[in-house]
Design a protein around this ligand. Structure first.
Ligand SMILES: NC(=O)c1ccc[n+]([C@@H]2O[C@H](COP(=O)([O-])OP(=O)(O)OC[C@H]3O[C@@H](n4cnc5c(N)ncnc54)[C@H](OP(=O)(O)O)[C@@H]3O)[C@@H](O)[C@H]2O)c1
Length: 261
């Protein structure tokens, strides 16, 4: 892994959870960046911050609910007060919308999904645009392979992520002339806590080893291996780095070839 790609850049990560959020913070730090970590769980923020510091980079934690406008303002102010600049923003925070058919799902719950997954990302991006403009910075929205299918019960999730894609494209058009790139990454499976718990649950229900459930799902991908958080995060590092300096308004699928797009 090239450790110079984000050398001395400052990257804000929203939604530092145990899966991809942590992976994003660590891979950006390995690539040379200092990290501003935001989520609601202060204990987890402190744990991931320690891991970033163990890699030799600086970490600042900001406990924040990004649905709260004042908390987002505090996040942007803290990032600038701590480092004096921001080069990258990763909108990773995510609230699972209800997995029910659109014909049955509670409309208020669908609306709530848009709050965290789309509108909060827009709010945070707007707040950091002046700082990003000064640095020729870049924004990455974390999307999902749900964009690529229309399976039952995924409607509310797909609506939110499709809106995030649309927002990425329009922000790219608006912010490109100001020197800011805006892209999105669409992971499929991510082999981390949530999926491991789910496969374990399926395996117990069927009375088979978890490895069998893994192998069956991995068999649906070209590479026969489910991507791990660091592998998805490295695609985000690429998008934030100078290697992607002519890439904006794009969606990059990171799914071991499960879906071709
Ligand atoms: N997991 C998968 O298999 C998968 C597949 C495709 C795409 N994705 C996408 O990848 C991203 C990360 O997913 P993940 O499952 O790996 O999760 P993760 O990065 O482990 O955690 C996301 C974190 O977002 C934080 N968050 C939620 N609402 C928030 C709010 N209002 N304010 C601040 N932080 C908030 C939560 O932390 P707090 O509770 O501490 O706030 C949560 O732990 C998501 O955008 C998801 O759609 C995931």
């Amino acid at each position: 892994m090239a450790s110079e790609l984000l050398k001395d850049k400052v990257v804000v990560v929203s939604g530092v959870g145990p899966g991809l959020g942590r992976g994003l913070a660590l891979q950006c730090a390995k690539a040379g960046a200092d990290i501003v970590l935001a989520a609601r769980n202060e204990t987890r923020l402190a744990e991931v911050a320690k891991e970033v510091e163990d890699l030799g980079r600086r970490a600042v934690t900001v406990p924040a609910d990004i649905n709260d406008a004042a908390a987002c303002e505090r996040l942007a102010e803290t990032a600038l007060a701590s480092f004096g600049r921001v080069d990258g923003l990763i909108n990773n925070a995510f609230a699972t919308p209800p997995l029910r058919d659109l014909m049955k799902v509670d409309i208020d719950a669908v609306r709530a999904g848009f709050e965290t997954n789309v509108l909060a990302a827009l709010r945070l991006t707007r707040l950091l645009v002046p700082a990003l403009e000064e640095r020729g910075g870049s924004v990455v929205m974390i999307n999902s392979a749900v964009l690529r299918h229309s399976r039952r019960t995924f409607g509310a999730y797909k609506m939110a992520k499709a809106a995030l894609l649309a927002m990425t494209q329009n922000l790219s058009t608006e912010l490109g002339p100001r020197g800011i790139r805006v892209n999105t990454i669409a992971p499929g499976y991510i082999w981390a806590d949530n999926l491991q718990w789910y496969f374990n649950h399926l395996a117990e229900k069927r009375g088979v080893p978890m490895q069998q459930v893994y192998d069956e799902n991995a068999a649906t991908t070209d590479l026969r291996k489910l991507p791990e958080p660091d592998e998805v995060a490295d695609a985000v590092v690429f998008m934030l780095s100078p290697l992607a300096r002519a890439v904006t308004g794009q969606c990059l699928d990171v799914n071991s070839g499960e879906w071709h797009h």
